[in-house]
Design a protein around this ligand. Structure first.
Ligand code: FMN
Ligand code: SF4
Length: 446
């Protein structure tokens, strides 16, 4: 058993990591106790004192289901059957369907799979990224609850296409109640000893959603990001070619091989085919996850969620590491290309409405503090910079900022964005920069 699993088992048994158990683990594995503590200290779920917190998180109910969230039961595994009939055409079909990754990056899924298929390696691996750490996002949780079969099936189809024999589902620690659901779906899948899937629990570190940090974590190490290239497609888990895709991306693959690429392609917008799971939250009457053909506007999502409870002063589009927009963004159609054309990020497809009574500076300060806590600490601009940025934001929130603080805030945010080693630090300041740019009236100075 590798280190993080051993620590997970100890934490589960005692509710914390007793020193005696860590010493015993050190003797058993031959690892220095410092090395064990270094790995354990990276993850917020591991505690050296008894931990009374309940980490299970169920924030957003399912409000509207479509082809991804409504499985035809009993599940017939037709997509996998179709894939096995003509494995050489799978990647072509996914390409023809125009499937773009659903994590936020929008990378073409077929292109990623081709890289791994053509890469040489002693083994190949498939990883389903179910870490879902982005703030204001709950779509992957709902998808696993409603249709775990499609996720498992999409992974098995990917294995047929690339030649992988082993897969992992890296499941967000806060979603541990879903592990049984996934295990059951895996046990029901006709994998026929051709492919094996293991559920791997995350231990509470946001940065582990990044594919390279996730791979380090999966290998039992501290979840620090790796420099790219090499990309996981050629050198991923244990240095072997590895496909990493989001939960929703795998479920889309299952839909494509079931209904045919043409039907998928003609659903939603041409530049982002298929349906999309949108998380709608904040000052709305019915927050939750809504599945619509891609291309619904922000205003239509607001309407679907029962409308606003109070006048809207701002909208955070894409998730906690994305940009704020003014209330005039309601006509923006939610696809990655369209968001970009309007100076926004599509992110995970989440839309958080911020009511007029909310202190916008305090809201963004809260986001900054989240990223500050989640910084892995290995580079100074992110580790120290985010702390200073949060302090400056507090000054504005308290009405104690001087005019020169506004320049310092902007300059520091740009410094963090431009000098952080990984996307966490680079993106963490996005809400602050959009606040300064689009809401100058709330940045009051003495
Ligand atoms: C800081 C950070 C956190 C991320 N968190 C997630 C996550 O929780 N889930 C996810 O699927 N992708 C996440 N990603 C993106 C992954 O690195 C990777 O691109 C993705 O899993 C690929 O899936 P896709 O191609 O199917 O979209 C994150 C990236 C960064 C930089
Ligand atoms: S930017 Fe640097 S400190 Fe921040 S998470 Fe990435 S590597 Fe760690």
């Amino acid at each position: 058993m590798e280190l993080l699993s051993e620590l997970g088992a100890i934490q589960a048994e005692y509710g914390f990591l007793p020193t005696g158990e860590l010493k015993a683990l050190s003797s058993k594995t031959g690892m220095h106790i410092g090395e064990i503590l270094s790995a354990a200290s990276f993850y917020s779920f591991f505690t050296l004192e008894p931990d009374a917190e309940d980490h299970i998180e169920k924030l957003y109910p399912c409000r509207k289901a479509g082809m991804l969230l409504i499985p035809k039961l009993p599940y017939e595994w037709t997509a996998l059957e179709n894939a096995r009939k003509a494995p050489e055409t799978i990647i072509e079909a996914v390409g023809e369907a125009g499937l773009l990754g659903r994590s936020g990056g929008g990378f073409p899924v077929a292109r990623k799979w081709s890289v791994t298929k053509n890469a040489s390696g002693r083994e190949k691996y498939i990883v389903c990224n179910a870490d879902e750490g982005e703030l204001f996002t709950g779509k992957d949780r709902i998808l696993i609850e409603k249709n775990p079969w499609a996720v498992v099936e999409g992974m098995a189809v990917c294995a047929e296409a690339t030649g992988a024999k082993k897969g992992f589902i890296y499941l967000r620690g806060e979603y541990e109640d879903l592990a049984e659901t996934l295990k059951k779906a895996v046990s029901e899948a006709p994998l026929d000893n051709r492919f094996d899937i293991e559920i791997y629990m995350g231990h509470g570190a946001y940065v582990c959603g990044d594919e390279t940090a996730l791979l380090n974590s999966l290998e039992g190490k501290r979840g620090e990001t790796r420099l790219k290239p090499p990309y996981p497609g050629v050198s991923g888990y244990m240095g072997c070619p590895t496909v990493v895709n989001n939960v929703e991306s795998f479920a889309c693959v299952s839909a494509i091989l079931n209904m045919g690429p043409d039907v998928f392609r003609s659903t939603g917008m041409p530049d982002y085919p298929g349906t999309k799971l949108y998380t709608v939250c904040g000052a709305v009457r019915s927050p939750g996850v809504y599945e619509y053909p891609s291309g619904i506007s922000i205003g239509e999502l607001l309407e679907a969620a029962g409308g606003a409870e109070t006048p809207i002063q701002a909208v955070l589009v894409g998730g906690g590491s994305c940009k704020l927009a003014g209330p005039d963004c309601l006509d923006v159609v939610m696809t990655p290309g369209n968001c970009m054309a309007h100076g926004l990020s599509f992110g995970t497809g989440s839309v958080c409405f911020i009511g007029a009574e909310e202190n916008l500076v305090g809201f963004v300060r809260g986001l900054t503090e989240f990223f500050m806590r989640e910084s892995c600490g290995s580079c100074t601009p992110c580790r120290v910079g985010l702390r200073r940025l949060a302090e400056l934001m507090k000054k504005f929130e308290a009405g104690k900022a001087w005019p020169e603080d506004l320049d310092r805030l902007g300059a520091l945010a740009c410094h963090i964005r431009d000098n952080s080693r990984c996307p966490l630090g680079q993106a963490a300041v996005t809400p602050v920069l959009s606040l300064i740019d689009r809401f100058p009236e709330v940045m009051q100075c003495l």
